[in-house]
Design a protein around this ligand. Structure first.
Ligand code: F0G
Length: 460
């Protein structure tokens, strides 16, 4: 019996096709929009209307099964994505799944942030604690497994660095070859190192991420290479599972708010899809507000919401030091806009200084992250300040990448060389309190103790 229960539905015109009928760029032949995976047997349209449907998974049984699997030693059960495999029946056989035991990431209570903002229940869901150090692993295990099952030898992606690191690792695991297109000089070294380490063919192009996407779209139409950017709808199936982990953590009552960084805008869409499906299946009873946070210099969705409430988008030339989200023409913007509308969330942007400060504050809690992740804390401060998050609300920040991905950024911050004078000017006391630059000291105990005294005397 096949484990495969899915079909694809065009997000724009609603046309439905078989999974293997999508073209190489995963765009609808009729209207050009993206596809979404759907599971006809679940009959989500009838959900909640008292219609009998014996194919729909039983919520109580699933909760029990997923909890049991946490104690299992089976490879698939050890994965925080495939542990929930009833929610992503996209393979002919789950035995074809390529896994590095991704998911099952920690949810940390942010005590210092909670105290500073007057909101007790602030948590960080740290997707940077995945095998290659970013949330991309959860989507890569699902989509690359599809590539393998369908017999592809080559996979490819354009990337700001994390997708490529994840793809290269999972391809290596599966014995597939991988091609990475990255913007020259605009990704963090840690990420570039990873794709080399995992044996990808890595091409640095003299363009930005959006330019890399364009080049790759043509390549995959001319060569039998499977595209693993997030236009590939199978990526989102894996990327929705952190939403299940969050709901499970809170014993299936969801937080009021989930804040997600926005780049190509697939992650917010994926988490929203997971939540929507959980609600339709009766696993949860309401949806949290999903809010997307972008960097000021890469904020096409924020502009779109300001202009016409997320109905149309105009690409921007993106520029931010949070290189992971340096994206001006996001592919999944419609999906992200829908989930913001459906849940009553918002879309806002934060400055370079606000990102740097938030990242350092997270670091002070013992929670390292890459700058793109820290936009969530910076955004939360704004939501609290204008009363959109109440003191009694529970908030989950999605941290998407590990701090070691981009240590140059962190070192520059602490050395005081990250921000220009005009960016730093409004934040001088905050910056001074957070910086911990390394000092060069003579190799004697006395010299270290003197340095310690001197440094402590500057602390307030
Ligand atoms: N945070 C990190 C650390 C990322 O790497 C990305 C995207 C995002 C947030 C934004 O997620 O695109 O789903 O809105 N990185 C991609 C890459 C584009 O190529 O690694 P999104």
């Amino acid at each position: 019996m096949s484990d495969n229960l899915h079909q694809l539905r065009c997000f724009g015109c609603g046309v439905r096709i078989r999974g293997d009928e999508a073209g190489s760029i995963f765009r609808c032949k009729d209207c050009g929009d993206l596809f979404e995976v759907e599971y006809p047997g679940w009959d989500l349209a009838g959900a909640g209307k008292g219609l009998p449907n014996t194919d729909r998974p039983n919520a109580g049984a699933l909760k029990w099964l997923w909890r049991e699997r946490r104690a299992s030693g089976e490879l698939l059960d050890r994965s925080g994505v495939w542990r929930f495999r009833e929610m992503l029946p996209i393979l002919n056989s789950f035995g074809n799944a390529v896994t590095l035991q991704e998911g099952n990431t920690p949810l940390y209570h942010l005590r210092r942030a909670a105290k500073a903002l007057g909101v007790d229940q602030i948590y960080a869901k740290h997707q940077g604690m995945n095998p290659t150090g970013s949330f991309k692993d959860t989507g890569m295990t699902s989509a690359l497994s599809v590539a393998k099952e369908r017999g592809y030898e080559w996979v490819a992606c354009a990337s700001t660095g994390n997708t490529s690191a994840a793809m290269a690792a999972y391809a290596a695991r599966a014995g597939l070859r991988s091609l990475v297109l990255i913007p020259q000089g605009k990704i963090a070294w840690g990420k570039l190192a990873q794709s080399m380490d995992y044996g990808a063919v890595t091409c640095q192009l003299q363009t930005d991420f959006d330019g890399c996407v364009k080049v790759l779209s043509t390549i995959v139409q001319e060569a039998p290479i499977y595209l693993l950017n997030s236009v590939n709808p199978y990526r989102l199936e894996g990327q929705k599972t952190p939403a299940l982990e969050i709901a499970e953590y809170f014993d299936w009552s969801v937080p009021e708010h989930i804040l997600v960084p926005g780049g190509n805008l697939a992650n917010s869409a994926a988490l929203g899809k997971g939540l929507r499906e959980m609600k339709a299946l009766g696993l949860i009873s309401r949806l949290p507000k999903i809010t997307v946070i972008q960097a000021e210099g890469a904020n096409p969705l924020v502009r779109s919401f300001l202009k016409d409430d997320g109905q149309t988008i105009e690409p921007v030339t993106a520029n931010t030091r949070a290189t992971a989200i340096r994206i001006g023409n996001p592919a999944s913007w419609r999906k992200a806009a829908r989930i913001i509308h459906e849940t009553g969330g918002w879309c806002l942007d934060v400055s370079e200084a606000e990102i740097a400060i938030a990242k350092a504050e997270l670091g002070r809690e013992g929670i390292g992250s890459e700058p793109a992740s820290a936009v969530t804390l910076a955004g939360l401060k704004k939501l609290v300040a204008d009363g959109r998050v109440a003191p009694s609300d529970t908030v989950v920040l999605l941290l998407t990448g590990h701090t070691l991905k981009d240590s140059d950024y962190t070192i520059d911050f602490h050395r005081g060389t990250l921000l220009e004078a005009d960016e730093a000017a409004p934040w001088l006391p905050e910056l001074a309190a957070l910086r911990r630059n390394a000092v060069e000291v003579e190799a004697t105990p006395q010299a270290v103790l003197t340095a310690l005294k001197e440094i402590q005397s500057r602390w307030v």
